[in-house]
Design a protein around this ligand. Structure first.
Ligand code: MF3
Ligand code: CO
Ligand code: CO
Length: 259
């Protein structure tokens, strides 16, 4: 079911989104050589709880997953695409790490969810890595720029795909963006590439979606590691991920998770 959010709920999602933006910024600053992804996970959980919110991914079990997600933060390093649980892995100079975080607040009768991600370099990174991060973030921004009433999800998909493929990279296809707000994952699906077989949806005020291109340097195919969560590129190449929660307004859009 596709839900539209009330103006009151959008106002609360805006506050939750601003908290999420601040936490992600703190994580990006803390992500330095020698730090483990578990330390980032603990910092994320602490900042979220201090603010009176709760982690949205901890214990979350989507229909495809056999076990509940064990962490607050997804911290996906280098060839890891998304959904890597935090671990004792030590970040080192030259790594890129995708920080994907969701939180929920309960200002009234129900929980409200926001979801955002960014990929950061640890210390100095290669030109290839820098170029990948730039292309992925720009693709997200071009997708967001399409969001206004009357446009379709496929307009977002095409804009993202155009930028990514112009850079010579590929879009992950097995994973897509999604409606968000009353749950972590809601309808509609928001693919990052155009496919005529996908059920297209017209954007309407009050719709809230997470747009989240996942971009590989090499082939688009990904696989799940035996831990049941971590997605990696099949060919071992680098991957980046940027995500924002975006509300459709009467005249355009508002990026709820941007500071
Ligand atoms: N943040 C992911 C997304 O962007 C979902 C993570 S679910 C988890 O859709 F369980 F892996 F945390
Ligand atoms: Co996310
Ligand atoms: Co998401």
């Amino acid at each position: 079911m596709i839900t539209t959010k009330t103006p009151e709920d959008i106002a609360s999602l805006r506050e939750a989104g601003q908290l999420l933006a601040r936490v992600l910024e703190a994580l990006a600053k803390a992500a330095r050589p020698g730090v483990t992804t578990r330390q980032l996970d603990q910092l994320a959980e602490q900042l979220i709880r201090e603010a009176g919110a709760k982690p949205a991914f901890l214990g979350y079990r989507p229909s495809h997953a056999g076990t509940p997600f064990p962490c607050t933060l997804c911290a996906s390093v280098n060839n890891e695409v998304v959904h890597a649980p935090a671990s004792d892995r030590v970040l080192k100079e030259g790594d890129i790490v995708g920080l994907d975080l969701g939180l929920a607040t309960k200002p009234r009768d129900r929980w409200l969810y926001v979801d955002a991600a960014r990929t950061v370099g640890i210390g100095g990174i290669t030109r290839t890595s820098r170029r990948l991060l730039t292309a992925t973030e720009e693709a997200l921004n071009l997708g967001i720029a399409e969001v206004e009433p009357g446009k379709r999800v496929s307009d977002i998909s095409r804009a993202i795909q155009r930028r990514v493929e112009a850079a010579g990279y590929s879009i992950v296809r097995q994973l897509v963006g999604h409606g968000v707000g009353y749950a972590v994952h809601e309808e509609p699906q928001v693919p990052n590439y155009f496919t005529p077989s996908h059920k297209d949806v017209v954007l309407k005020p009050g719709l809230v979606i997470a747009i989240e291109p996942m971009v590989n340097v090499g082939d688009w195919r990904v696989k799940t590691l035996p831990d049941g969560w971590t997605m990696v590129t099949e060919d071992g190449t680098l991957s980046a991920h940027f995500e924002h929660t975006v509300a459709v307004t009467e005249t355009g859009h508002e990026v709820l998770t941007r500071m």
